[in-house]
Write a protein that binds this ligand. Structure first.
Ligand SMILES: O=C(O)C(=O)C[C@]1(C(=O)O)C=C[C@@H](O)C=C1
Length: 102
């Protein structure tokens, strides 16, 4: 096995929306939320770092800082969460590209 970090594999985790198998125990349910928040935070940090790497690589080869078509794809991905999904996707894009206008 390589020592290189492997791409995130969502299938290695139970991320299904069906929570009917969980017990009606607030402590257990809170534990699940804590576990998910830790994963979400780690995933957001990793996404931001990967996004910055792409931006740096693109700009190093003379490309633009932003790619509108890719941003539209990201926004589409979150569309099933409605307006909140749009807001969330915009926040993810902002975290990855850093402050604009500098
Ligand atoms: O996919 C790219 O080309 C990226 O630079 C990544 C990313 C993103 O965070 O998803 C960031 C900035 C671009 O405007 C579009 C998308």
């Amino acid at each position: 096995m390589s020592d290189l970090p492997q791409p995130f594999d969502p299938q290695a985790h139970d991320l299904s929306g069906d929570v009917s198998g969980l017990p009606d125990d607030i402590e257990v349910l809170r534990g699940e939320i804590d576990r998910l928040d830790a994963m979400i935070l780690a995933a957001i940090k990793r996404r931001s770092a990967v996004s910055k790497r792409i931006g740096a690589a693109r700009m190093a080869s003379g490309g633009p800082r932003l790619v509108h078509s890719r941003e539209v794809k990201v926004l589409d991905r979150f569309a099933d969460l409605g307006q909140e999904g749009h807001t969330l996707a915009m926040l993810l894009l902002r975290l990855g590209r850093g402050p604009l206008g500098r």
